[in-house]
Design a protein around this ligand. Structure first.
Ligand code: GDP
Length: 364
């Protein structure tokens, strides 16, 4: 294909990758003034779409942040702390102020106390090596706590520019779109004048007269489950609405499959209760441990879908974690599920290679 450029942002148009710069559906290419999907949505719907960049461009973008005098708003997915961590974040941020925004709190049971959640989140951030000056829990999708977020941004930024950063899927675009929707003043501004800049795909949104908020592109990090799932199937995997637990009474030597992505072998601990919190589309299937391998190979593209995967995860492309879990702890499979286990247990957790598995005191 000869190179055709988007009349909005100047990026080279391509029809292959929906999430990458310059994507245009085939039909759009025949138009007299071709415009990439991202610019199109921004112009016609005031809607920001996250742009995925590769790690080289991402680092260049972050390095350019280093030079600025600004407030960094770091968006984190409550369901995927590890997948939300940007490599070398602290180094790049330098001594700028950081506001950590814990997103998707609507996914947690309503009974959960938000201040306790923020305390827990702070500890988790510390464990992940992220230093933040302040932390707030919100739901971008449901518009929970957005006024408080704007107040914090306003007081912490002290008139400086604001950069919204995060890995893909943490909800950055949902947040920005919600802020635009709720603030008619901003909405008008973005329609006409702003298209994604060619420089590193940032979108700038004026905040008042002399301040700008920048939406930065996201990056998929290796520990994110989205790495292993086709983009159309992510809706079946990422926890989408309030999560319900499915509870199983397990005996030793039994296995639970979480769709075709996760597998938990229950090794020792006597009769025990396992509550799995995940996207309700995923099939949770119990089987005998000694039958689990055959079961997986037979059903990975049938009973255990969604998501659809082309190949089963075999030993060269999965990781196994042998874990001793204390009572009232959660095993957390990044971006996929929490599993709350009632009593002390020894389990083996199998996940696609690189996906993070950790144990935390239960957050429920
Ligand atoms: P981005 O890649 O960081 O821009 O993430 P998106 O804004 O595209 O969001 C990724 C997915 O998370 C989408 O399916 C959103 O609907 C969902 N999402 C974003 N914010 C929230 C939230 O506050 N709650 C819930 N339940 N889902 C959210």
């Amino acid at each position: 294909m000869t190179e055709i450029k988007c009349i909005g942002c100047g990026s080279i148009l391509q029809t292959e990758n929906k999430n990458a710069e310059g994507y245009i559906p085939q039909s759009g290419l025949n138009k007299e003034e071709p415009i990439c999907q991202r610019c199109y949505r921004l112009r016609h719907y005031n809607e920001v779409q996250d742009l995925e960049v590769d790690s080289g461009d991402f680092l260049t973008m972050l390095n350019s942040l280093y030079e600025t005098d600004s407030l960094i708003v770091k968006v984190i997915d409550i369901f995927d702390f590890e997948g939300s961590v940007i490599p070398s974040f602290n180094r790049i941020v330098g001594d700028k102020k950081v506001l950590a925004v814990i997103n998707k709190i609507d996914l947690l049971p309503r009974s959960m106390n938000t201040s306790r959640l923020v305390e827990r989140a702070k500890k988790m951030l510390k464990d992940e090596g992220i230093t933040a000056n302040d932390t707030i829990a919100i739901s971008a999708l449901k518009g929970q706590n957005l006024d408080a977020l704007l107040d914090k941004i306003s007081s912490m930024s002290e008139g400086k520019d604001v950069y919204i950063v995060g890995t893909t899927n943490v909800g950055k675009s949902t947040l920005i779109n919600k802020l635009l929707e709720d603030n008619t003043g901003l909405k008008n501004v973005i329609t006409t004048s702003n298209v994604p800049g060619t420089t590193l795909g940032m979108i700038d949104i004026p905040l008042g007269d002399s301040q700008t908020m920048y939406d930065t592109p996201g990056i998929v990090v290796d520990s994110q489950i989205s790495h292993f799932v086709k983009s159309d199937d992510l809706k079946y995997v990422s926890p989408g609405k309030e999560i319900k637990a499915k509870t199983f009474q397990l005996n030793e030597e039994q296995t639970l499959f979480i769709g075709n992505l996760g597998r938990i072998d229950y090794l020792t601990g006597g009769q025990n209760s396992f509550s799995v919190y995940c996207n309700h589309h995923l099939t949770i299937h119990r089987t005998k441990l000694d039958n689990a391998e055959d079961f997986y190979l037979k059903h990975y593209d049938g009973l255990l879908t969604p998501p659809n995967i082309d190949e089963p995860f075999l030993s060269e492309n999965y990781d196994e974690h042998l874990i001793n879990v204390d009572a009232m702890s959660d095993v957390l499979i990044s971006g996929l599920a929490f599993i709350s286990i009632a009593k002390d247990a020894k389990v083996k957790v199998r996940v696609p290679k690189g996906v993070n598995v950790s144990v935390r005191p239960t957050i429920f």
